[in-house]
Design a protein around this ligand. Structure first.
Ligand SMILES: [Zn+2]
Length: 175
């Protein structure tokens, strides 16, 4: 089943992030790609996404999975970027994991009710403000998902693999 693309909110790119000749982020007339403010700089370096846009996508999937009441773990570039740099700058995709044992029929039907048919080959997926959000179903058992750690990022707490180093080394083989 292919993911149905959902878009929410307003999206910007470096060419359109102006209103009345002023930068939508800093309000400046002189702000452009050659001389960008810190927000425009993030948009350019992040391949079109600012850290706030990435964080909104993260909040969106967090709200969804909390409503569905299924435990999930932060994965991929999101967890690596928060752990290593303390931010989400340059992250291009949100990736979270749900262990297959938690996907009881009630949970599957609740995801469907909340989001429609968003099944993909590896779990679920959708676009939030053009940012891909991937909800991976983890089929095998991995030691680093058995006792997740918790981190706080921008006042929210998130479950992450434990130990994180072991996950980051193995992240490309997780299925
Ligand atoms: Zn600006």
């Amino acid at each position: 089943m292919k993911a149905k693309g959902l878009t929410n909110g307003v999206s910007f790119n470096t060419a359109t992030a102006y209103k009345d000749g002023r930068c939508v982020f800093c309000g400046g007339h002189e702000c452009n790609d050659k001389n960008p403010c810190k927000w425009r700089k993030q948009l350019i370096e992040g391949g079109g996404y600012t850290e706030d846009m990435i964080n909104s996508a993260l909040q969106h999937v967090q709200d969804l999975l909390e409503r569905v009441t299924v435990p999930y773990i932060l994965l991929g570039d999101v967890v690596e970027s928060i752990i290593k740099r303390g931010n989400l700058v340059g992250v291009k995709k949100i990736e979270v994991g749900i262990e297959e044992r938690y996907l009881i029929p009630e949970i599957i039907s609740s995801i469907k009710t909340q989001m429609g048919n968003i099944e993909t080959e590896s779990g679920y997926g959708y676009l939030f403000d053009k940012i891909p959000v991937e909800i991976k179903i983890i089929k095998r058992r991995y030691a680093f998902f058995e006792h997740p750690d918790t981190i706080i990022f921008r006042l929210q707490d998130y479950r992450i693999p434990n130990p994180i180093d072991r996950y980051l080394k193995a992240r490309w083989i997780v299925r």
